[in-house]
Design a protein around this ligand. Sequence first.
Ligand SMILES: C[C@](O)(CO)[C@H](O)COP(=O)(O)OP(=O)(O)OC[C@H]1O[C@@H](n2ccc(N)nc2=O)[C@H](O)[C@@H]1O
Ligand SMILES: Nc1ncnc2c1ncn2[C@@H]1O[C@H](COP(=O)(O)OP(=O)(O)OP(=O)(O)O)[C@@H](O)[C@H]1O
Length: 308
Amino acid sequence: MVAVTAQAPAKVNLLLQVGPVRPDGYHDLVTVFQAVSLHEEVTVTPAREWGVSVEPADGTDVSGVPLDSSNLALRAARLLAERAGVDEPVHVHVRKGVPVAGGMAGGSADAAAALVACDALWQLRSGLDGLAELGAELGSDVPFGLHGRTAVGTGRGEQLVPVLTTASFAWVFVLGSAGLSTPAVFAECDRLRALDGRADALGDGRLEAVELALRGGDPEELGAALSNDLAEAACSLAPELVATLAAGREAGALAGVVSGSGPTVALLAGSVPAARRLARELAPVVGAGRVRTATGPVPGARVLEPLV
Ligand SMILES: C[C@](O)(CO)[C@H](O)COP(=O)(O)OP(=O)(O)OC[C@H]1O[C@@H](n2ccc(N)nc2=O)[C@H](O)[C@@H]1O
Ligand SMILES: Nc1ncnc2c1ncn2[C@@H]1O[C@H](COP(=O)(O)OP(=O)(O)OP(=O)(O)O)[C@@H](O)[C@H]1O
């Protein structure tokens, strides 16, 4: 086989409850991930040496993506090779359709797609669970990039249970003008909580409300159940998010929420045509280049069959 291409989706957190910081520096989470139709495409090609390159898709700014051995897609390929005892370097090419450092797990999607592509190239048949175990070593969001659809995540976000959904939801994403660092947002959340002595609430009924809304398939009900414990910290580090959320509501979104650690804002619409209208309304307000429409749930990382 000459080259294999795989794709993996971005995610939005419908619920992100952040518990206390653990001895290993991570926070316990209760989250509901939904995979949405913005994708990364990763092509792996046998090469003399390990290497990586990046190309933008849909106008994505790729300037923040490392092109050295810290690149998550390259790390994923090398980790799988090491664990499987494969001595065949590949060149990893990433086509980025997910905003960088946007809270939508773009880097994690690259890692997920690279694992699936290399697994196929080297004919390893590791299985989803095997790849997800390796993925968790690369980042908390990588297992979800492999699984896709809609899932509850616990632990540091890597332990997944699928959630029943009966509908497809229509989203509009407003990209931030600059990225936010995930560790910095968690640290700001801790700082704000220490300031006012707030408890870290997991298990307060918000998960059940999201699950009920997903089962019912009503976007208004889901909109009312969206919440993100990192939103306040993200808004503290990137204050323009408050205005973006307000602009979304003004333009007719059912609800808006900061996506993961931000700074992308996720706006829920009642239907695909309503999402298109919302995107048209928002484009002149925030800049057309910062608006994307998508639907979810979508499947996780998978090999794209070559056209014959
Ligand atoms: C914010 C979310 O996107 C929500 O899904 C994830 O929790 C972040 O997942 P990720 O980007 O894959 O994060 P990782 O690469 O595993 O961790 C980056 C850093 O984020 C912080 N981190 C991440 C996950 C977690 N449960 N607790 C944390 O405190 C830690 O400082 C960690 O060093
Ligand atoms: N292949 C990659 N693509 C993007 N970023 C990468 C990649 N490899 C390493 N990185 C580093 O990871 C950082 C986070 O990138 P990413 O786009 O995954 O952020 P994110 O979407 O906010 O992540 P999450 O939602 O999982 O917290 C980047 O700033 C970059 O330095």
